[in-house]
Design a protein. Structure first.
Lengths: 130, 127
C-alpha cells in the first residue's frame, strides 16, 4: 500500500488543477468534485458538524443563514443541495435566494403546507471558491 | 509531462488521513446551478448541456458518463418569496443524463410544475 504524507496538494501549472482518476479510465478535476462547505444544524442553529462554516444565524422561524470562512466566487457559482432530518412528515429544506451571497449559504425549512417551520437540516455546496 | 502520484492514502500533518478511495468515491462527479426557467447555466461541472423541457421540467446532460445508472443525484431548489412549497425532484436518470423537475403539491393536484432555481449534484462511478 502506498501512502502520500503531505499538507497540501497543488497542480504544477495551476494550483487548483489536479486531476484524479475516478473511473476505469475517466479522470476529473479534484477541486471541482470536492464539497466546499457543508453543515448539519439544528432548527435552533446548534451546529452538529460543519466544514468551512464560520457561524450559523437564526433569522426567525425556519429561516437560516450560514456564513463561510472562505467564500465562493459569486452567488451563482455554487450548487447548494439540502435536506431536512426530522420525524415530522412533509418537511423540506430549500435554498433561500433572498438571503444567500457568495459567502453565505441561506436555507429555509418548511412544513408540508409550505409554511416556514423550525427544523434540523443538512446543507452542502459545490462550486468555485474565490 | 504532467506529474502523477499513485497512492492509496493521503495524510495531513494535523488533520488526519484519508484513503484515496474516499477521494475518488466521495467527489461529486457532476453538479449544476440552474437559474429560474432553466434557460441557461449559472455554473456547472461535468455538464455538457441543459434541456429546458417546459415549465419546471429540465434535463441535465453530462460530459463524461457515469459507469451505470445507479449514481446518486441530490437536488434542491430556491424557494424565496414562494407562496407554495416547491421541491426539486429527480424524475429519471441514465448514465448520461438526469431528468428533474421543480413541482408543488396542491389540494387539487399531486404534481404542478413551476419554474424555480434548481441545484443538482451527483455522486457515483464514472465509466
Amino acid at each position: 500500500m502506498s501512502e502520500v504524507i503531505t499538507d497540501k496538494l497543488a497542480g504544477r501549472a495551476t494550483a487548483n488543477d489536479v486531476t484524479v482518476t475516478v473511473g476505469a479510465t475517466a479522470t476529473q478535476s479534484l477541486e471541482q468534485g470536492l464539497a466546499k462547505a457543508w453543515i448539519s444544524v439544528s432548527g435552533s442553529v446548534a451546529i452538529y458538524g460543519s466544514f468551512n462554516i464560520s457561524s450559523a444565524t437564526d433569522h426567525g422561524t425556519g429561516d437560516y443563514s450560514f456564513d463561510m470562512n472562505n467564500a465562493f466566487a459569486s452567488v451563482n457559482a455554487y450548487c447548494q443541495t439540502a435536506t431536512v432530518f426530522t420525524s415530522a412528515q412533509g418537511r423540506t429544506s430549500t435554498r433561500n435566494s433572498g438571503r444567500d451571497a457568495a459567502g453565505t449559504l441561506a436555507a429555509e425549512v418548511s412544513d408540508a403546507s409550505g409554511t416556514l417551520s423550525d427544523g434540523s437540516s443538512n446543507q452542502a455546496a459545490h462550486g468555485d471558491l474565490a | 509531462m504532467a506529474g502523477k502520484i499513485i497512492a492509496d492514502t493521503l495524510e495531513h500533518s494535523t488533520a488526519g488521513s484519508v484513503t484515496t478511495d474516499y477521494v475518488v468515491n466521495g467527489s461529486a462527479k457532476a453538479w449544476i446551478d440552474i437559474p429560474l426557467g432553466a434557460a441557461s447555466i449559472n455554473d456547472s461541472f461535468n455538464v455538457s448541456s441543459l434541456d429546458d423541457d417546459g415549465t419546471g421540467d429540465f434535463g441535465v446532460n453530462v460530459t463524461n458518463s457515469f459507469g451505470n445508472a445507479f449514481h446518486v443525484p441530490t437536488a434542491s431548489n430556491s424557494n424565496a418569496s414562494s407562496t407554495v412549497l416547491v421541491n426539486c425532484v429527480v424524475d429519471s436518470k441514465t448514465t448520461s443524463a438526469i431528468e428533474a423537475s421543480t413541482i408543488y403539491v396542491s389540494s387539487t393536484a399531486n404534481r404542478t410544475f413551476i419554474d424555480r432555481d434548481a441545484h443538482i449534484t451527483s455522486h457515483g462511478d464514472l465509466a
